[in-house]
Design a protein around this ligand. Structure first.
Ligand SMILES: Cc1cc2nc3c(=O)[nH]c(=O)nc-3n(C[C@H](O)[C@H](O)[C@H](O)COP(=O)(O)OP(=O)(O)OC[C@H]3O[C@@H](n4cnc5c(N)ncnc54)[C@H](O)[C@@H]3O)c2cc1C
Length: 449
């Protein structure tokens, strides 16, 4: 499997993974085909995931700029078409309490507001007619240990106080009776506004809207080489793809965790790509659903350091995800899918006979300071948004909207998310050793503390 820390390109026109989403989403909508000529453009965007598509859409609709998107494979071939489909009001891993300590209450509230706007924008785009199999709203965070329930309750109380956020506290009995009988759950908190969707259909919906607004989307067009020519107002970014060269006044990097290792010095060594693995089971029978009391189609995540997440899909299959291999080379090892299946069965012992029909994995992008950055470099007329830390289904759309404003020369809110570059990883060649160490720590913490 493509490994962004080792490979120079995510490929060209690669097949989609054998995912449930690829199977149930029908044929891909029309795009603008492979780039097969040399062109001059105002704005080129690298990557047709949620970030690139949102940037293209907002540039066209709100600023009258018709961008050209260059995608190595197909639209949403990266994380956007292979994630869990959880719409959450969050991004990054930095707790609000830490933001408050670090930057004060105003900044913390500003960031919360951006996360809310991300969800609102996704919902308003869906309301334009994107059919993406939305399920009942609700996001349940389950305590995997009794003491974690206390910490969840403290979080809920803080969020209620700070943001007037509607959070419900569920005892183990409430959870088992009204949502599902996860035997490893010791209670939970439930937000009213998370939601499960089909992410591939969502991305394809954005693609249609972006093209309708005037953007061009060229698939099978990886940027394989990037140079710069000219000076001042005549400066151009020169992007070489297999069958055409793009000379652009401005470039947006929207390739997040799939960014190949030598794409540009501005993003080199600034993220850690981490694999997340998903299995989708066979459809549960009526007896199996009843035995687990699996009533809810809310999205669910636990409190482990190495988190597991799951949801019941519209056809009664369970999508269950967690960490995958460390390198692309190990990604296809069935060990990782079987481990997920084992945890699912320990949560729901009535499912001992269940098998999985689909498994796949994808890269998410961790940042050193646990939050995404939307950044602009004036020397190279280059912009980027990345580092969502595994939570980007909604915030990517907000990031794309803010990127579009930056490209158009508008001010964006004065928040750390939007003003600073991603910090560089120290000892970058050893990032994977650090990741392995964190996994060992996580395993011990989740089991013993
Ligand atoms: C298994 C998994 C589960 C997840 N679950 C959730 C979830 O439930 N909820 C949530 O909020 N987040 C989730 N995430 C994270 C979320 O999917 C990402 O944050 C989000 O999709 C990132 O979108 P993006 O557009 O920035 O990048 P991507 O969707 O990864 O798109 C990047 C694109 O850039 C292209 N590209 C790379 N290099 C080049 C090049 N040189 N030239 C041209 N194109 C290039 C790639 O082909 C790719 O299509 C999950 C991620 C994974 C992997």
């Amino acid at each position: 499997m493509y490994d962004p820390l080792h490979d120079n390109s995510p490929g060209c026109g690669e097949k989609f993974p054998n995912s449930y989403w690829a199977d149930v989403s029908g044929p891909a909508p029309e795009d603008d085909g492979q780039l097969n000529a040399d062109i001059n453009v105002d704005v080129a965007i690298i990557g047709a995931g949620f970030t690139g598509l949102s940037t293209a859409l907002h540039l066209a609709r709100e600023h009258g700029i018709k961008a050209t998107v260059l995608e190595a494979n197909g639209t949403a071939w990266g994380a956007s078409g292979r994630n869990g489909g959880f719409i959450l009001k969050s991004s990054g891993r930095k707790p609000y309490a830490t933001m408050q300590q670090q930057w004060g209450e105003e900044v913390m509230r500003g960031i919360y507001q951006e996360m809310c706007e991300g969800v609102d924008t996704v919902q308003s785009l869906i309301a334009e007619g994107i059919d993406c199999d939305q399920q009942d709203p609700g996001y349940i965070r389950v305590a995997h240990k009794p003491k974690m329930l206390k910490s969840l309750i403290a979080t809920a109380e803080l969020q209620q106080k700070m943001f007037n956020y509607d959070v419900e506290i569920l005892s183990r009995a409430d959870l088992h009776q009204n949502y599902m009988a996860d035997q490893n759950a010791f209670g939970a908190i439930r937000y009213q506004d998370g939601q499960g969707i089909n992410p591939l259909k969502l991305a394809r919906g954005y693609q249609k809207l972006a093209r309708k607004a005037g953007a061009k989307i060229h698939c099978s067009s990886p940027v394989e080489h990037w140079t710069e020519e000219g000076h001042g107002a005549n400066k151009r970014q020169v992007l070489q793809t297999p069958k055409g060269i793009v000379k652009a006044k401005k470039v947006v990097i929207a390739s997040n965790a799939y960014t190949p290792k030598n794409l540009h010095s501005l993003v080199k060594n600034r993220t850690l790509p981490v694999l997340s693995q998903i299995i989708v089971t066979q459809p549960l029978s009526a007896e199996q659903l009843a035995a687990c009391n699996f009533l809810t189609s809310n999205v669910i995540m636990d409190t482990r350091a190495l988190k597991y997440y799951y949801r019941k899909l519209p056809d009664n299959r369970i999508l269950f995800g967690g960490r995958g291999a460390i390198t692309g080379k190990g990604a296809e090892d069935p060990y990782y899918a079987n481990r997920l299946l084992g945890v699912l069965k320990s949560n729901f012992p009535a499912l001992t006979q269940i098998k999985y029909d689909y498994t796949w994995s994808g890269w998410l992008s961790m940042s050193l300071d646990d939050m995404p950055h939307v950044y602009q470099n004036d020397e190279h007329n280059t912009f980027y948004a990345m580092g969502y830390c595994g939570s980007g289904v909604s915030f990517t759309v907000q990031a794309g909207k803010r990127l579009a404003q930056k490209v158009a020369g508008e001010e964006v809110p004065n928040l750390p998310l939007y003003q600073k570059p991603l910090p560089k990883f120290p000892f970058a060649p050893f990032r994977r050793i650090g990741q392995w160490g964190y996994f060992q720590y996580g395993k011990i913490k989740d089991e013993w503390f």
